[in-house]
Design a binder for this molecule. Structure first.
Ligand code: KIV
Length: 278
C-alpha cells in the first residue's frame, strides 16, 4: 500500500476535489464515503476525515420514514443537500438524483443536476442506471456536472429487479464490466457498485481508470460507502450482511432519553445549575 495521502492529516488537501479521488486510485490508496443528510453530522464526518459525503436518496427511508427510496422528491433532496453542504468544509459532497427526476431525457437529468448544484451547492451528483444512461452522463458532464454512476443493485429499480438481490453473478458479470466501462467512457468520474460479488467488483475495478466505490462489493474498490444509520446502529430491523456496525447509537440515545424522561418525571431535572438567577 502506498503512503496514505488523503487520510494523513499532514498531507490531505484542504478541499477534496474529484481529481484527488482519481489520484487515490492511481496511488493504490483508499477513500471513504458516508451518507449524510444534516449539518451537524456533516461537520462530524468531515472533521473525522471522511473524504466524500453522500446525500443519498436513502434519506427517503432513514429520515423521512418512507418504505422505499422511490418516494423522495428532488425538492426534498435539495433541502437535505443544503444542510450537508453547510456543514462540510473539506469533504466532496455528492447528491443522488432521485427517482423521477432524470429518466425522461438527458435534458431532464441536466436540469435536475443543475438544481442540486445551484440551489444546494453540491459538488457532484450520482445517478443510478445501466449503459442506457451513458448519454445522460455525457449530457451532464458536458454541462459541467461531475457524475458518479451507480450500478449493480440500484435501489430505485428495486421493483424491476425483483427485490434486493446481489447483481453481476454468473453470466451477467461480463455485462456489468461493460456497463461500467460505458459509463466511465461517457464521463463518469467514479463508478459505485452495490451488492456485487467481490471478484466481479475486482474485475470492474481493474477494467476502469476511474475509481470504484463499493457497498457490499468487497475490498478491491478504491472507495467504500455505508449508510450512516446502519454503520452507527441507529436503525431497527435486519442489518445487511455488508454492514459493519461501529456503534450502537440506538442504545446510547434510548438510554439517555429514558434517563431524561425519568429526571423530568421525578423533578430532578432541572436542578439549580440549569436555572437562571434573578
Ligand atoms: O442512497 C444511498 O444511500 C445510496 C447508497 C446505498 C450508496 O445510494
Amino acid at each position: 500500500m502506498a503512503q496514505p495521502y488523503l487520510s494523513d492529516p499532514s498531507t490531505r488537501p484542504a478541499r477534496i476535489r474529484i481529481g484527488h479521488l482519481t489520484e487515490a486510485k492511481q496511488r493504490g490508496e483508499k477513500f471513504s464515503m458516508i451518507t449524510c443528510y444534516d449539518t451537524m453530522l456533516a461537520e462530524i464526518f468531515d472533521q473525522a476525515g471522511i473524504e466524500t459525503l453522500l446525500v443519498g436518496d436513502s434519506a427517503a427511508n432513514t429520515v423521512l420514514g418512507y418504505n422505499s427510496t422511490l418516494r423522495i422528491t428532488l425538492d426534498e433532496m435539495i433541502v437535505f443537500a443544503k444542510a450537508v453542504v453547510n456543514g462540510a468544509r473539506r469533504a466532496l459532497v455528492v447528491a443522488d438524483l432521485p427517482f423521477g427526476s432524470y429518466e425522461q431525457s438527458p435534458a431532464q437529468a441536466v436540469a435536475s443536476a443543475v438544481r442540486l448544484m445551484k440551489e444546494a451547492g453540491v459538488h457532484a451528483i450520482k445517478i443510478e442506471g445501466d449503459e442506457r444512461f451513458a448519454p445522460y452522463v455525457d449530457a451532464m458532464v458536458a454541462a459541467g456536472v461531475p457524475v458518479i454512476a451507480h450500478i449493480g443493485f440500484t435501489p430505485q429499480s428495486e421493483h424491476a429487479l425483483g427485490g434486493y438481490k446481489v447483481q453481476g453473478r454468473g453470466d451477467s458479470a461480463a455485462q456489468l464490466v461493460r456497463t461500467a466501462v460505458a459509463l466511465q467512457d461517457a464521463g463518469a468520474f467514479a463508478v459505485l457498485l452495490e451488492m456485487v460479488p467481490s471478484p466481479v467488483a475486482a474485475e470492474v475495478d481493474a477494467a476502469l481508470r476511474v475509481p470504484t466505490i463499493g457497498i457490499g462489493a468487497g475490498s478491491s474498490t478504491t472507495g467504500q460507502v455505508l449508510v450512516w444509520q446502519d454503520m452507527l446502529g441507529l436503525g431497527t430491523g435486519r442489518t445487511p450482511r455488508f454492514v459493519k456496525k461501529y456503534a450502537n447509537l440506538r442504545e446510547v440515545i434510548s438510554e439517555a432519553v429514558t434517563e431524561y424522561h425519568q429526571d423530568v418525571a421525578n423533578g430532578s431535572f432541572p436542578s439549580v445549575e440549569y436555572e437562571f438567577e434573578k
